[in-house]
Design a protein around this ligand. Structure first.
Ligand SMILES: NC(=O)c1ccc[n+]([C@@H]2O[C@H](COP(=O)([O-])OP(=O)(O)OC[C@H]3O[C@@H](n4cnc5c(N)ncnc54)[C@H](O)[C@@H]3O)[C@@H](O)[C@H]2O)c1
Length: 270
């Protein structure tokens, strides 16, 4: 099998840099080029990689010059749909890691992928452990009436609760088909102590300098609890998922949303 030609958009960002290194380290992939709106020189140098990797300030020029098999995008929500359009209309498959895409954006990406017979994988969380945690939580949800989620992130995170916490609660509720039991506290002496609540699932958000991302889902029933926990220690944690998506997307036509769809987890996906 010939190597898959990969381009990384947003290559100078925190995630982009990790993707560049992960692609270079995989013998089945070849990093042909990269782009970033902040690019001010013609190449990026990658430690331990002898090939010159051309760097462009815009994705359009990159695609015109190199026709990559796969464009991987880790940029900003406002740029993501434009990247998807450029990639799919010009013959590249798409792996989209940028978060914040709207339903309408996903619909358009799906239509473009079908029309141009290309694959698109859009995944808001490429950490395989997090996806499996959600899957396991959705299995447990059928057997426990009470559940709470504690998610922990760095103090610069803009939103609370995390998208993963909400998606976990959604997956648990869907698997269960009814709300969880939510024990009302008679007197909350400090307002907000019981966290937020989604259909009976209490969600607590911890924000501290230090952690990258962690989540615990705690189920309770008579005389027992079950805790499912996932910890992300560095952005490297996302790379096995990104590499898997690159290798799978070239076999697809159409849109796949969420890494779970590529992991053969069975019907009860989180
Ligand atoms: N899917 C996942 O598992 C996952 C994990 C972590 C982060 N993310 C998401 O990935 C995205 C990037 O995160 P980050 O931490 O690397 O951010 P970052 O700010 O470190 O990097 C973003 C990069 O994109 C570049 N950029 C911005 N607009 C651009 C454009 N129009 N064209 C080309 N490049 C452009 C910036 O110059 C920057 O280098 C965010 O949306 C974040 O939420 C997804």
């Amino acid at each position: 099998m010939s190597q898959i030609k990969v381009a990384v958009n947003g290559a100078l960002g925190r995630m982009g840099e990790q993707v560049v290194s992960a692609v270079v380290a995989d013998p089945d992939l070849i990093l042909t080029c990269a782009s970033d709106i902040r690019a001010d020189k013609g190449n990026i140098s990658v430690q331990g990689y002898d090939n010159r990797v051309p760097l462009y300030p815009d994705l359009a020029t990159l695609i015109e010059m190199h026709h990559p098999d796969v464009v991987v995008d880790f940029t900003v929500a406002g740029a993501a749909l434009g990247s998807a359009r450029l990639a799919l209309k010009n013959g590249s498959h798409l792996v989209m890691g940028t978060t914040g895409l709207k339903e309408a954006d996903l619909k358009e990406i799906g239509e473009l992928a079908e029309r141009y017979k290309k694959g698109a994988v859009v995944a808001p969380n490429f950490a395989i452990g997090a996806v499996i945690m959600m899957h396991m939580a959705s299995i447990a949800a059928r057997y426990f009436d009470n559940a709470e989620i504690i998610e922990m992130h760095h103090d610069r995170k803009a939103d609370a609760p995390s998208g993963t916490a909400l998606a976990t609660a959604d997956a648990m509720l869907e698997a269960r088909g009814k709300p969880f039991k939510y024990p009302r506290t008679e007197k909350e002496t400090l307002r907000g102590t019981r966290g937020g609540q989604k259909d009976g699932v209490a969600i607590h958000s911890v924000r501290l300098p230090g952690p990258v991302a962690s989540q615990e889902v705690i189920f309770g029933t008579l005389g027992q609890t079950l805790t499912i926990r996932h910890d992300t220690f560095s952005r490297e944690s996302y790379m096995p998922g990104v590499i898997l998506a690159i290798k799978e997307v070239v076999k697809l036509q159409g849109l796949v949303v969420g890494l779970h769809s590529l992991l053969n987890l069975g019907e009860n996906n989180g």
